[in-house]
Design a protein around this ligand. Structure first.
Ligand SMILES: C[S@@+](CC[C@H](N)C(=O)[O-])C[C@H]1O[C@@H](n2cnc3c(N)ncnc32)[C@H](O)[C@@H]1O
Length: 188
């Protein structure tokens, strides 16, 4: 998806509730939170804030970045109602110079795979900037399939090394159709 086209598409999708906005965090995230001490977390492409609220319920200090304006409004409202003192920045995860903190956990559920390929270098540079030494990068993405441009390739998975060590990988299928993967990296 080309940059602005992606932005437009996601903004239109949030006029109604998009299919991915289930308001339920996946077991993979719960498992991580159950097994790691709380710290501060950044959710890239946080949508309507479901995973921010989940992480906060485990004691994490949370922040999110999201470029679909309606999703940001909904996320802020939901955080407010849940009594979560988190931050939701409006903007593109490949830009965001105003995000200057470092985080123990950077979560990305479904954002990376829709970033246009020419912006992925900038995404990685930001990830380097934001993830604290020893921190975790938890990524859920669609795998690149023949004839599509939305997905992560095996070469890209490898390219996270040597700065990031792959600690866990779980391959699966979304809706029993599309190949997908959970990746847990640790910053060296
Ligand atoms: C598939 S949705 C997943 C949303 C959320 N992570 C969840 O699990 O409900 C992907 C999200 O990433 C956001 N997104 C995609 N590209 C982005 C970018 N470059 N900067 C900020 N947000 C982006 C979309 O607007 C959308 O909310």
């Amino acid at each position: 998806m080309k940059g602005n086209l992606g932005w437009l598409w996601f903004n239109l999708m949030y006029i109604r509730r998009p299919p991915w906005d289930t308001r339920v965090s996946p077991p993979e995230l719960h498992r991580f939170l159950e097994n790691h001490p709380a710290g501060n977390a950044l959710d890239l492409g946080c949508g309507t804030g479901t995973n921010l609220i989940t992480m906060a319920s485990y004691g994490w200090q949370v922040a999110g970045v999201e470029y679909a304006w309606r999703a940001v409004l909904i996320a802020r409202g939901r955080l407010n109602r849940a009594g979560v003192n988190g931050k939701v920045w409006t903007g593109d995860v490949t830009v965001m110079p105003q995000v200057r903190e470092r985080f123990d956990l950077v979560l990305d559920m479904g954002c990376y795979h829709s970033i246009p390929s020419h912006r992925r270098v900038a995404y990685r540079a930001n990830l380097n900037r934001w993830l604290a030494p020893g921190g975790t990068y938890l990524l859920y993405a669609h795998c690149l399939a023949a004839g599509t441009s939305v997905g992560i390739s095996e070469a890209e998975v490898d390219a996270f090394s040597p700065l990031f060590s792959l600690r866990e990988r779980q391959d699966g299928f979304e809706n029993e159709q599309r190949r997908s993967v959970w990746l847990r990296f640790e910053r060296v």
